[in-house]
Design a protein around this ligand. Structure first.
Ligand code: F6P
Length: 332
């Protein structure tokens, strides 16, 4: 193999730069020329690329974001776009394309492979951790840390005022950040899509919990962690309803995109480095149409489509602990 290219696509995640670095250095080590397309699939369509050398990736392992920039490219769904991309890749002599991103980006890679004879390999990079077939995705551990740091700070003011705080975390439609941040911050309650009940039930549940805890320990603060997109009218509205029903002041805090930024924690840097190196070595072995992943410390390749066809489950033991502790705290 003489030439490899890569791109970062979809929501950026801390550790993407560490991954780019590993791909570049591993490729160079095997004597392969390496290119980076900028702005995700848009760069592939616009031929916006750059050659990458060891110097290009010096001093980036600790940086959040992605030096290649990212984008969501809706037009890439069309056959015409995939054909243009294939032509551009061939014109540059690229033999393998590595795509760092989430399941949407992998669908793009699979789509491209229907029109291009080169190899495509996906590397799971998203803070949401919602990709089946890998223990963790690049960026996930950092996002939990960022959420946790904020929740710890909110707890100080929540305690001072004996208020309820609703903390909205990211996750699109997955509760990995929510559940883990809730456990690690000893939140009173967590609402995640995988465990969600009807809005009436959820509301009743929170109110009952607050009433029970109030009886037991008097005025207190409460932290409720909730995944984005879960409450139909939004968390600001939910906070108003809770204030009204419980007579305890409730404030919403939407953590938002802050969870996507910042310097990656060590687990994300290590995972990104492993997956980046392994993706290049897998390309050299002729793998294509696969996502590289790590399961129980074993590096693997699995068909790209499994990443969106199968749903990744929350850790059932973590769910049980959260439920057990929640029930125990409100016991009279
Ligand atoms: O996929 C990562 C993610 O940050 C999700 O958690 C969130 O729902 C979405 O991206 C936000 O996307 P955008 O940056 O386009 O608003």
């Amino acid at each position: 193999m003489r030439k490899i290219a890569m791109l970062t696509s979809g929501g950026d995640a801390p550790g993407m730069n560490a991954c780019i670095r590993a791909i570049v250095l591993t490729s160079l080590r095997y004597g392969i020329e390496v290119f980076g397309y900028r702005h995700g699939y848009n760069g592939l369509l616009e031929q916006e690329y750059l050659g990458l050398r060891a110097k290009s990736v010096a001093n980036i392992i600790q940086r959040g974001g992605t030096i290649l920039h990212s984008a969501r490219c809706l037009t890439f769904k069309s056959d015409d776009s995939a054909k243009i991309a294939a032509k551009n890749l061939d014109a540059l002599g690229i033999e393998a394309l590595l795509v760092i991103g989430g399941d949407g980006s992998f669908r793009g890679a699979k789509h491209l492979s229907n029109h291009w004879s080169g190899q495509v390999i996906g590397l799971p990079g998203t803070i949401d951790n919602d990709i089946y077939g890998t223990d963790a995705t690049i960026g996930y551990y950092t996002a939990i840390e960022t959420a946790l740091e904020s929740i710890d700070k909110v707890r100080d003011t929540a305690d001072a005022f004996e208020r309820i705080f609703l903390i909205e975390v990211m996750g699109r439609h997955a509760g990995f950040i929510g559940l883990n941040a809730a456990i690690a911050s000893a939140a009173d309650q967590v609402m995640v899509p995988e465990l969600s009940r009807s809005c009436e039930d959820e509301l009743e549940n929170i109110i009952n919990h607050i009433e029970a805890v109030k009886k037991r320990r008097g005025n207190a603060s409460y932290i409720v962690v909730i995944t984005e997109n879960l409450w139909p009218d939004g968390v600001t509205k939910l906070a108003e309803v809770l204030t009204q029903k419980t007579k305890v002041e409730c404030r919403p805090v939407i953590l938002g995109h802050v969870q996507r930024g910042g310097s990656p924690v060590s687990q994300d840097r290590v995972l990104a480095t492993k997956l980046g190196a392994f993706a290049v070595e897998s390309a050299l072995k002729g793998e294509s149409g696969v996502m590289v992943s790590e399961v129980n410390q074993q590096l693997k390749c699995q068909p790209l489509e499994l990443s969106w066809q199968q749903q990744k489950e929350l850790d059932p033991y973590l769910v049980k602990i959260q439920q057990d502790l929640f029930d125990f705290i409100k016991r009279p």
